[in-house]
Design a binder for this molecule. Structure first.
Ligand SMILES: Nc1ncnc2c1ncn2[C@@H]1O[C@H](COP(=O)(O)OP(=O)(O)OP(=O)(O)O)[C@@H](O)[C@H]1O
Ligand SMILES: [Mg+2]
Length: 254
């Protein structure tokens, strides 16, 4: 297919430690098209973060390969933005200079700094630019971290438990907010989450991984929810049975 952006082909990964070998992933394959929002759910320890670090080019898989736009990913690339679970804001840099950190590292020109200012204005962070991370709420820090990931202009975003540090109400508000930002910026996303309802609210498809070693157990196509806004999906007639199906697939005995 011509608009295929990401291909994960038969990826397997074994960690070698002095004590033992740990098979974290086994024969994982899926594709993501340009513009898709895909969630990845699976039991704790099944290899989700491992898969994200492999896709980000930070770790080489033991088996298989990852391709972006048909080209193998073997090292980090500016086309892929990776937002780890912890926001990793530097406490000694103010919000503005945390947001522009990637621009400094990638030696980007002034137009990128203008874009950073625009995004801070657009997403309600302009007035806190000179504040320190500790002075911000969890939700604002997450937004700051996302804008930092977006401002270097990656086409593809990897978000690992991006909202999990927040309490339920804030998480729903921030995830919907970030979903809007991502849609407006026309990005492609792979989001790791423990929260099935979050995955159903935000995604076009949900990939369910099995117990460790992680394999693809099922891929749910949510096209029936396509034209329904995130919060309204909770009331959709298909929502209840989908949540039950995924819940069963994540069964601790499964
Ligand atoms: N650097 C490492 N060395 C050895 N084993 C590792 C390493 N990183 C992860 N593992 C192991 O690989 C498996 C998968 O870990 P991973 O962090 O990818 O799981 P996860 O699905 O992200 O879990 P969680 O939902 O709890 O975040 C686990 O058994 C973990 O202990
Ligand atoms: Mg993880």
């Amino acid at each position: 297919m011509s608009n295929m952006l990401l291909e994960v082909n038969h990826v397997g990964h074994v960690y070698q430690t002095p004590q033992c070998e740990k098979e974290a992933l086994k024969d994982v394959s899926f594709q993501i098209e340009e513009g898709e929002f895909v969630s990845l759910v699976g039991p704790s320890g099944c290899g989700k973060s491992t898969l994200l670090t492999i896709i980000a080019g930070l770790e080489r898989p033991t088996h298989g390969e990852v391709r972006l736009d048909g080209k193998p990913v073997t090292a980090p690339t500016a086309e892929i933005g990776y937002m780890p679970q912890k926001d990793h804001l530097f406490s000694w840099r103010n919000i503005r200079s945390n947001i522009t950190l990637g621009l400094e590292i990638q030696k980007k020109g002034p137009e990128y700094y203008r874009k950073a200012e625009e995004m801070m204005e657009k997403y309600g962070l302009r007035d806190v630019g000179s504040m320190m991370p500790d002075q911000l709420s969890g939700g604002m820090r997450q937004r700051c971290s996302l804008i930092r990931t977006l401002v270097t202009g990656p086409r593809f975003l990897l978000l690992d438990e991006a909202f999990s540090a927040l309490d339920y109400q804030t998480r729903v508000a921030v995830s919907v907010d970030i979903h809007t930002i991502i849609r407006k910026e026309n990005k492609t996303v792979l989001l790791v989450t423990h929260d099935i309802s979050e995955s159903l609210m935000l995604s076009d498809r949900v990939i369910v991984l099995s117990h460790s070693p992680g394999t693809v157990k099922r891929i749910h196509d949510l096209s029936v929810l396509k034209d329904t806004a995130p919060m309204e999906r909770l009331d959709h007639e298909a929502y209840g049975s989908m949540i039950k199906d995924i819940w069963k697939e994540l069964d601790i005995h499964g």
